[in-house]
Write a protein of this length. Structure first.
Length: 150
């Protein structure tokens, strides 16, 4: 990436997204784009496509997700899978439609099987059962990975 390339950091207020934004800023990247949830609802395909059409990012860091701990994942599994699938689908599809140069989609260690050998390797992905307490979140993340590969 060049210092003046248009870079969209999705989820810039979260743990990973804010770290990515700070790193890009400290490295001298000047054309950073980000929006709060109030400014851009990633759950709304039309809003996301309008944003991409208007802003024309060249690079996208996708760190936005609905996240929570064991209690939240166990209590709201339908919301976790739905929200994460919709956010990922909208951003990844718009990235494809508007021909961005590169998309970085953040995964999670929960996408690996519950009994994955340590240290985890990429070959372990989809090789066993997921941890039941966060399976809907993990399935959504895996779907995002597969969508990027496709």
């Amino acid at each position: 990436m060049e210092k003046n390339d248009r870079i969209y950091v999705v989820g810039h207020r979260g743990l990973a997204g804010s770290a990515i934004l700070r790193k890009l800023q400290s490295a001298g990247y000047e054309n950073l784009v980000y929006r709060s949830h109030r400014q851009l609802d990633l759950m709304r395909q039309e809003q996301v496509e309008t944003f991409f059409r208007g802003e024309r990012p060249q690079y996208v860091f996708l760190a936005a997700a609905r996240v929570g701990g064991i209690w939240a994942n166990s209590t709201f599994p339908a919301e976790f899978i739905y929200n994460n699938l919709v956010i990922e689908t909208n951003v990844i599809h718009s990235s494809h439609l508007y021909a961005i140069k590169k998309l970085l989609f953040l995964g999670s260690s929960c996408i690996y099987p519950k009994l994955c050998p340590q240290p985890m390797g990429e070959a372990c992905l989809l090789s066993g059962y997921l941890e039941p307490t966060n399976e809907p979140y993990a399935v959504a993340k895996i779907a995002g990975i597969k969508m990027c590969q496709a």
